[in-house]
Design a protein around this ligand. Structure first.
Ligand code: KIV
Length: 343
């Protein structure tokens, strides 16, 4: 709790750490259309009269857990997906390294670099100035040494203004978790299926399907909890195993492919919106058909431009006073006498 407060307090007190311009933060609203972006497409940057909600903190997450209220987590990878997740009312926005595959088109999550993650996390923060945002440390940015991991985590927090860090792995990461959490960076763990290690796991496979491997997951969970994780993702684990592990912990588990008895759920936004067609894991429920809907919308635009029905004069065009237009016409006619007949 205190750790989260310290990051938030730092962000508010230290101009360097404050990634969101004050005006944007003041104008922030939960409605995605309510707050025009400061320099958005020719709109009036009129400020919203709605006061910004207070920033979400670790205390809000802990309260949900204490009250047995399921914790909702969705990924966001850019400004607009951040606004959508926030407007939908999620409790935590995760800038997951799934970004690598679903938004950047890499073949796995290991190709993305720390700087890419920071670049996207900054956009997510701009989209949701008041949200509780957790960002992944990507493969190779934290495993070499404690120094490397701390440097990566501090860079992410300072540059992107996220509230917490997530990285994959179990008991072998206990020392790192302790270092970070003792230095004021809240850590979310990630155990079960850890996609960054898919190669050594033999692929994207369900974990904990035997008593012995389920016990390893429980050991990992307890070690991460003891080290100071404020929560942990449990990925692709049989539902009864996730249930038993969750019951042994005093920090929330966030499940993905782990059944309904974890303390919360996370999905990759582009997956659940139907925006990624690379593959569909068994646990995924698609709540929209993003690719289809948006392809149809884009095709309608292409058709209308070709048919000359978009843009419509008056509806999508800017006016000019007759007097000014006539003056301009005259000016053109004088400058280009041969072309003046075109009009
Ligand atoms: O990278 C990611 O989006 C994640 C979630 C699937 C938990 O780690």
């Amino acid at each position: 709790m205190i750790r989260s407060v310290s990051i938030r307090a730092l962000r508010q007190a230290t101009p360097l750490l404050r990634v969101v311009p004050a005006a944007a933060a003041v104008g922030a609203s939960r409605g995605i259309h309510a707050t025009p972006a400061a320099h958005s497409h020719y709109n009036d940057p009129a400020s919203s009269a709605t006061p910004a909600p207070p920033p979400k903190t670790l205390m809000d997450i802990n309260k949900l857990y204490r009250n047995n209220t399921p914790i909702t987590v969705l990924t966001a990878h850019d400004y607009i997906s951040s606004k959508i997740a926030n407007a939908a009312g999620v409790d935590i926005i995760l800038v997951g390294d799934s970004l690598s595959m679903v938004a950047l088109g890499y073949t796995n999550t290991n190709e993305i670099e720390l700087d890419d993650m920071i670049h996207h996390a900054r956009a997510v923060r701009r989209g949701s100035p008041q949200a509780f945002i957790v960002a992944d440390l990507p493969f190779g940015s934290y495993e070499v040494s404690t120094e490397q991991a701390l440097a990566a985590a501090f860079r992410m927090v300072k540059r992107a203004g996220v509230d917490a860090i997530k990285f994959e792995g179990g008991k072998e990461n206990a020392g790192l978790v302790r270092h970070m959490s003792q230095r004021g960076i809240p850590v979310m763990g990630h155990i079960g299926l850890t996609p960054q290690r898919a190669s050594s796991l033999g692929g994207f496979k369900v974990q904990g399907k035997t008593a012995a491997t389920a016990e390893l997951i429980l050991e990992d969970a307890l070690a991460l909890q003891e080290a100071g994780c404020f929560s942990m993702v449990l990925e692709a684990v049989p539902a009864p195993v996730a249930d038993l592990v969750t019951k042994q912990l005093r920090v929330p588990t966030i499940g993905i492919g782990a059944g309904p008895h974890t303390s919360g759920q996370v999905l990759v936004q582009l997956d659940m919106l139907g925006g990624f067609d690379g593959f569909t894991p068994k646990f995924l429920k698609k709540y929209s058909n993003y690719l289809d809907i948006n392809t149809k919308a884009c095709a309608a635009y292409v058709d209308e431009v070709r048919a000359g029905t978009f843009p419509e004069i008056g509806t999508h065009t800017y006016a000019i006073k007759d007097a000014e237009l006539n003056k301009f016409k005259q000016l053109v006619a004088e400058k280009f006498p041969a072309d003046s007949t075109k009009a």
